[in-house]
Each structure stands twice: as C-alpha cells, then as structure tokens.
Design a protein around this ligand. Structure first.
Ligand code: HEC
Length: 114
C-alpha cells in the first residue's frame, strides 16, 4: 500500500511544480499591466480578433472601458453569465490578469492590428 503511494505522490509533486512557478510570476505583477495583458491575450485571440473584426459568433472585445471588461469577466467567473468556454477561461484568471487583459484589449483600436 505505502510503496505504491510514494511514486504517485512524486508524480503529483511534478505536476504541481510548473503552476506554482506561474503563480509566483503573476503575484509580482501590477494591476492593469498592458504588457502582461498582451502576453496573456495569446489564448484569447485564437477566437477574439485583435483587429476588431467580427468572426462568426465570437464577439468583438477591443476598445471597451476597462471596468466594464473586468465586470464581464467576473460575471463569467462567477457563472452568472452563461458560456462554458468563457467561464473556463475566466475561472483561470486572477484579478490582476483580468485587469491586465482589460488594459490591453481596451487600448486596441479597430483596424490597427490584423
Ligand atoms: C474558444 C473561443 C474563445 C476563447 C479562447 C475566448 N473567448 Fe471570450 N468569448 C467567446 C464567445 C463564444 C463569447 C460569447 C459568449 C456569450 O455571450 O454567450 C465570448 C465572450 C467574451 C466577452 C464578452 C463579450 C460581449 O460582447 O459581451 C469577453 C469580454 C471575452 N469573451 C473575453 C475573453 C478573454 C479575455 C479571453 C482570453 C482570456 C477569451 N475571451 C477567450 C469565445 C472565446
């Protein structure tokens, strides 16, 4: 019983390590950091176009006031607003990361980036 538990714990420790490092990095970041937002946006722009172009059912999210953007992300995180993809995306984001994304997407103007 015990002999089997040890390798299992080692695997768990190995899995936990990278995310612990990511947390450390995020903890050192200020609110509304646009550069961090640009970095984090890579997982958003596979769907939401940074050019502001509407594609299918994916809404345009650039040029929003930052507080509104953060409020919408929180409503997904609290599951008040219903969309499974966005609930999952938002649930992984800290307040700092949401503020950073709001600063980045809020700063984009339609047609500037493609
Ligand atoms: C797999 C595609 C996909 C990804 C990736 C994705 N979204 Fe979304 N997002 C959607 C869809 C679809 C909606 C519309 C949800 C609804 O209203 O039902 C949406 C809605 C939103 C809204 C609300 C838009 C509005 O008009 O009300 C915001 C803000 C948003 N997403 C931000 C983000 C951010 C920030 C990221 C990255 C962390 C992200 N999304 C990643 C598909 C995606």
């Amino acid at each position: 019983m015990k002999a089997r538990l040890v390798p299992c714990l080692l695997v768990l420790a190995a899995l936990a390590a990278p995310s612990a490092r990511a947390e450390e990095k995020v903890a050192s970041v200020l609110k509304g950091d646009r550069d961090l937002g640009e970095y984090l946006s890579s997982e958003c722009v596979t769907c939401h176009q940074p050019s502001g172009k509407q594609v299918g059912a994916i809404p345009v999210i650039i040029g929003w006031p930052e507080d509104q953007f953060v409020a919408v992300m929180h409503s997904f995180k609290r599951r008040e607003r219903d969309n499974q993809v966005m609930q999952t995306m938002a649930s992984r984001l800290s307040d700092e990361e949401m503020a950073a994304l709001a600063a980045y997407f809020g700063s984009l103007k339609p047609g500037v980036k493609n």
